[in-house]
Design a binder for this molecule. Structure first.
Ligand code: LLP
Length: 427
């Protein structure tokens, strides 16, 4: 987060608030989100892509009513991938025209909800879904705007579970074997669907712009092929999300201006070569907007030194509030934030309180050797895919999201309570 510093006592401050006060008021673990940083990142993306492009924030990274309001105010659109994400977006006042619906297995109820709300686009993911969406649109007398999601066949250099543009997987229609072209044929024949463009998402936590550039080239060549076959020039392309962020100091991410410039140039050049009117471009960053805005504040509990190995530092959360380390071997950093220390660095592993040994938050980190129960530590860059993937394992109560701005803190998602969980247990 951009506004973290240390005060005279050596405690970390964010947006003018001492982390010890935040812990005292809101408890730990807590996700602390820097609203000014979130808004600044929204503005950076808008500025990088300019007025001739749209930025759809990917709600799966983290979604709440407050976030929707900030997005609306900063001029972003929103990508949702479930009926419930759609409900949050609409409830918080995002105009339906600025919402896109995604998903490889949207239910008829979800499609119905999106069509009747009037979402700006539904991204079609399969042949069966073409028919499903067309049926719903017909029943409601709507001509639904759609894009077709294609898999362009690039290997994104990221974890297997979050790479999505190779062909052997559940998402999208492949360019290589003609499925994408066939989907275009079918959609163009249906009066209830208005095909506005082609969509590609190659994966997530990607640092290299090369994969996006290949995707852009292949999507533009599909537009040219569509023009040649059908005599129509589709007005939009969406190149998805996926820009990586820095989790550790070794990570060297691209900024939105670099990606906007790379994509803008490729699309312009390829369109000129194919004599196409350049389509309106959109992108769907999630992690790059919300990831760096948030840190998780934990209280240290048991500290267990193992001679010659490392010290296990247990915190009051774990894989229930951050599954990414266990699931993707994700790397994080950590810092002592309630005070400074001159003690020697000790090799540490930050672990949670759950009943399994894979419950690791930070695999390898150095923390001061005098670390003690009651100290507060913070794990940065937990804004994306942490609260949104949190679980109730061991009946853990999911932590709150506390938004800080200008010396003020407010809870935007409250901590779960025992009553919340017991209410679901109706046996
Ligand atoms: N658009 C589409 C169609 C997507 O599937 C995704 C992410 C995004 C945009 C946003 O990608 P981003 O800019 O956030 O990388 N849970 C994993 C990440 C899964 C990403 C799924 N799709 C993680 O924690 O790393």
């Amino acid at each position: 987060s951009r506004t973290v510093g240390r005060n005279g006592d050596g405690a970390a401050e964010v947006a003018g608030m001492d982390v010890r006060d935040l812990a005292a008021e809101f408890g730990t673990p807590a996700y602390v989100l820097d609203e000014a940083d979130f808004r600044a990142r929204c503005r950076a993306w808008r500025a990088a892509f300019g007025p001739d492009a749209d930025v759809f924030y990917a709600g799966k990274a983290f979604l709440s009513r407050a976030v929707v309001k900030w997005l609306y105010e900063e001029g972003l659109n929103l990508d949702v991938c479930s009926g419930t994400e759609l409900a949050v977006a609409l409830d918080a006042g995002m105009p339906a025209a600025r919402i896109a619906l995604h998903g490889n297995n949207k239910t008829t109820a979800e499609i119905e909800r999106a069509v009747t709300a009037g979402v700006g686009r539904i991204v079609l993911d399969s042949f069966q879904e073409i028919v499903r969406v067309a049926d719903v649109a017909r029943r409601h007398g709507v001509r639904q705007k759609v894009q077709i999601r294609v898999t362009v066949g690039v290997e994104a250099h990221t974890h297997e579970f979050i790479a999505t543009a190779h062909e052997d997987q559940k998402f999208g229609l492949a360019l290589a074997d003609g499925q994408a072209a066939e989907a275009v044929r079918r959609v163009l024949m249906l009066e209830d669907l208005e095909l506005i463009g082609i969509h590609s998402h190659i994966g997530s936590q990607i640092f290299d712009t090369a994969g996006f550039e290949v995707a852009a080239r292949r999507v533009v060549s599909l537009l040219a092929a569509i023009r040649d076959e059908h005599g129509v020039e589709l007005p939009e392309i969406d190149l998805g999300g996926g820009l990586g962020i820095a989790y550790t100091p070794e990570d060297d991410p691209r900024d939105p201006h670099e990606i906007a410039k790379a994509l803008g140039e490729i699309v312009a050049r390829e369109c000129e070569a194919a004599r196409l009117t350049p389509p309106r471009l959109s992108v769907e960053p999630g992690r790059a907007i919300v990831g760096p805005t948030t840190f998780t504040l934990y209280e240290v509990g048991t500290v267990k030194p193992l001679e010659g190995l490392r010290t296990y530092v247990s915190v009051d959360g774990g894989m229930s509030d951050n599954i990414r380390t266990a699931l993707y071997d994700a790397e994080y950093s950590v810092a002592l934030v309630s005070r400074t220390s001159d003690a020697a660095p000790m090799l540490s592993r930050v672990v949670g309180k759950h009943c399994e040994s894979g419950d690791i938050v930070v695999r390898d980190a150095f923390l001061p050797a005098d670390l003690a129960p009651g100290d507060l530590i913070a794990v940065p860059a937990t804004g994306a895919y942490c609260r949104s993937m949190a679980s109730n394992y061991n009946h853990a109560l999911r932590p709150p999201v506390v938004a800080v701005a200008d010396g003020q803190a407010k809870v935007i998602v409250r901590r779960e309570t025992e009553e919340d969980l017991l209410r679901l247990d109706v046996g």
